[in-house]
Design a binder for this molecule. Structure first.
Ligand code: 3H9
Length: 690
């Protein structure tokens, strides 16, 4: 038998254990090992029943995602799960699936092919394939509705969110929860059912519902998928596959599922989402900071500044169960900050994201203060005051005085030099950037900015902390705007230029929304606050090269007090529910300013809008990669690779001819395009980040 699967005996019960760390994925060798174990236990006259369990931290977290790339490249025919699952279901001796950790994707499909399922209370089950642009491909869409009913199966397969063991028990996916030792509980359960006929999930029909009951479920799910997972093909395919389960035989339903699974597997969407899955894990790998690097404890934190960012960051820590001391300079600002936090939490309760009890517990973790008293007792400070170097240095000098040695001193600056901020302290190795994106309690990206002298322990701690906070921590180098805002700058610059050249505000946003962005760039500016960029531009105005075109519309909107959502007007005007409405006044103003600046007005196509905004991102991204401020390329670089770098390069050259040196192609882009290569192949010795 393969090393990945072991067969042992507890008297009359066979125990199959999968040992494929870290998550017992169904990699090559695992399905074969399970099949062999089933054959052996069938032949063994002493065996009356069997248990299948995962070794280590979890049951089976799914098919091996690495195999999908091999399948699309024609190098693998896939894990061959369907025949294995039929073999399990046909086994004459009852087979009990014992679940701890996560039974996800192929893991849940495996479990559902067993005759019974038991789990520890903190286990989770789910069909998360849609998050990879896929649908369950081993009869999950056929067995799940048979166990849990159509509505639950549609929800789980189309949305991809896991459910807890207790809910799974209620839904009929599990047969029993086991308190205490899972294996002993599962073996005892197996003895209870030994000798009885083994129920087959595929033969059940009692939960498949009637067409008139099912039709509204499918219709509502399709509508929700079109809205919430806009443009994604997998959720709709998952709904189609579950619908097939209600209309066709099990075998025919499986065939439909296979066809849809393969369509999704060979799509660009799934390729991109699988890239994201591994990318989000790859970011944890930093060449000069090995996994074993020691980390510092972070059991409590202090935050300086209770504005939009400080308040959001306080919520992030509180949500992770970490007590927060939240400091402001005066009572009014502190009260405003706390009121905002309460309002945000109240909204989450309204939307059903959190319960009132959860919120009450979080709020207890946030202790407001007007002084630095208590800062000597915290493990980490996050500074989130206004974006100005003089102020930041003042705060850090004070932190240096009041914090005990070893406290991590982090700044939430979005653009300023970490090294210069650190120079206000006597402890350069403890200073780091932790740049949260607005709204901090929602956005998943957390840039961790490495200063020249930041210690490896402090970096490793912040990287680990980001996971605890539910963020994707990405280590970046200390350049102006770091990586996120440095790329975002040219993207939003082009959005403004386009409006100044005659494109409508809504036309710019719509083009990028239709492309697939969650929001258009101008609406995003309104959400984050136009004054943030305005303040930063003022700080850096002295660095601007004379004679280079600069966007002016947002600065002028800010001069009129139009900061975006927070003032009720920005690029758009906002109603009570913060819904954006077109504002003809903005159009008139921009046309007037453009005339004053002598900018000729013209019709601009959606294609040009998308190309200019996205290729501005790509061009800047190429510079950042080449300069070593990012360790690896991200989403825009992946997109450029899919378009083909030669095409991207040529289009950028066109823009350069029309708009001058701001569009000069990045040397790395030019080089890769000429060599017929892609950003994914670029692997440069690291400088600023490692
Ligand atoms: C599927 O099953 C299709 C089926 O219908 C069948 C079709 C025929 N494969 O996230 P972590 C790696 S599709 C390969 O840091 P955590 C991961 O890359 C699949 N590798 O830990 C990482 O590697 P490294 C459906 C996988 O504790 C390491 O394991 N299943 C897989 O925060 C640890 O992962 C899913 O979509 C995998 N399936 O979270 C589940 N899963 O250390 C995807 C993980 O080298 N996985 N790895 O960076 C997850 O959601 C989380 O990993 C999990 C653990 C919750 C399991």
């Amino acid at each position: 038998m393969s090393d990945l699967v072991q067969l042992t005996k507890d008297n009359d019960v066979a125990i199959i254990t999968i040992n494929n760390p870290p998550v017992n994925a169904l990699s090559p060798g695992v399905p074969e090992g399970i099949a062999e174990a089933i054959e052996q236990l069938q032949k063994d006259g002493d065996i009356q029943a069997a248990v299948l369990i995962g070794g280590g931290r979890t049951f089976v977290a799914g098919a091996d995602i690495k195999e999908f790339g091999k399948m699309t490249a024609g190098k693998s025919r896939g894990p061959g799960l369907l025949p294995l699952l039929l073999k399990i279901e046909d086994c004459r001796k009852p087979l009990v699936m014992a679940i701890h950790g996560t039974a996800f994707g192929g893991g849940l499909e495996l479990a559902m092919a067993g005759h019974y399922r038991v789990a520890v209370p903190n286990a989770q089950v789910g069909q998360p394939e849609v998050k990879l642009g896929l649908i369950p491909g081993a009869a999950g869409t056929q067995r799940l509705p048979r166990l849990a009913g159509v509505a639950k199966a549609v929800e789980m397969c189309a949305e991809g969110n896991p459910i807890k063991a207790q809910d799974a028990l209620q839904a009929g996916i599990l047969d029993r929860l086991i308190d205490g030792d899972l294996l002993s509980g599962a073996v005892a359960f197996a003895r209870e059912v030994a000798g009885k006929p083994a129920p087959k999930t595929c033969e059940r029909k009692d939960k498949l519902g009637a067409p008139e009951q099912n039709a509204p479920i499918f219709a509502a799910a399709r509508e929700a998928a079109r809205k919430k997972q806009r443009g994604m093909m997998a959720p709709l395919a998952a709904i189609d596959a579950v619908e097939a389960a209600t209309k066709l035989s099990f075998e025919e339903g499986c065939q439909i599922e296979q066809k849809l699974f393969l369509e999704c597997l060979f799509s660009d969407q799934s390729r991109a989402l699988i890239h994201v899955f591994f990318g989000e894990r790859e970011v944890a790998r930093i060449p000069d900071i090995p996994k074993e690097t020691s980390v510092l404890p972070v059991n409590n934190v202090a935050i300086v500044g209770a504005g939009t960012m400080g308040g959001g960051i306080a919520m992030v820590f509180a949500n992770a169960g970490i007590p927060v001391l939240l400091k402001e300079v005066d009572r009014a600002a502190l009260d405003r900050g706390l009121a905002n936090i309460q309002k945000n939490y109240a909204n989450s309760v309204k939307r059903g994201r959190f319960t009132q009890q959860y919120i009450d517990e979080r709020l207890k973790l946030i202790e407001p203060t007007l002084s630095f008293d208590g800062f000597s007792g915290v493990d980490m400070v996050v500074e989130a005051v206004f974006e100005g170097m003089a102020l930041k240095k003042e705060v850090f000098a004070e932190l240096d005085r009041v914090c005990r040695p070893g406290t991590i001193l982090a700044t939430n600056t979005s653009t300023l030099s970490i090294d210069e901020i650190a120079s206000a302290t006597s402890r350069l190795p403890s200073v780091i950037g932790t740049h949260f994106f607005s709204p901090a309690n929602v956005m998943r990206l957390l840039e961790i900015v490495r200063g020249q002298a930041t210690s490896k322990e402090v970096i490793a701690t912040c990287m680990q902390l980001s996971k605890r906070l539910g963020k994707i921590g990405v280590l970046v180098g200390n350049c102006t705007g770091f990586v996120g805002n440095r790329m975002f700058g040219p993207y939003r610059r082009e959005a403004q230029f386009l409006v100044e050249e005659g494109a409508g505000v809504e036309a710019v946003d719509k083009a990028l929304y239709d492309f697939g962005m969650a929001m258009g760039p101008l609406a995003t500016g309104d959400l984050a606050g136009l004054d943030v960029g305005w303040r930063i531009r003022k700080e850096y105005r002295h660095l601007q090269k004379p004679g280079i075109r600069q966007p002016f519309a947002e600065d002028k909107l800010c001069e009129l007090g139009r900061y975006g959502q927070k003032t009720g007007v920005g690029w758009y005007k906002y109603d009570e529910q913060r819904r954006a409405l077109p504002d003809p006044e903005v159009t008139q103003l921009v046309r007037k300013w453009a005339a004053e600046a002598g900018i000729p007005q013209r019709q601009i196509s959606a294609e040009e809008i998308v190309d200019r905004c996205l290729y501005a991102l790509v061009n800047e991204g190429a510079r950042i990669l080449e300069e070593g401020y990012a360790l690896r390329g991200g989403g825009p670089m992946w997109y450029a690779d899919t378009v083909g770098l030669k095409t991207v390069y040529e289009r950028i050259r066109e823009f350069e001819k029309r708009h001058d040196e701001i569009w000069a192609p990045a040397p790395l882009l030019k080089q890769l395009a000429e060599q017929g290569r892609a950003f994914a192949e670029f692997n440069k010795p690291r400088t600023a980040t490692a």
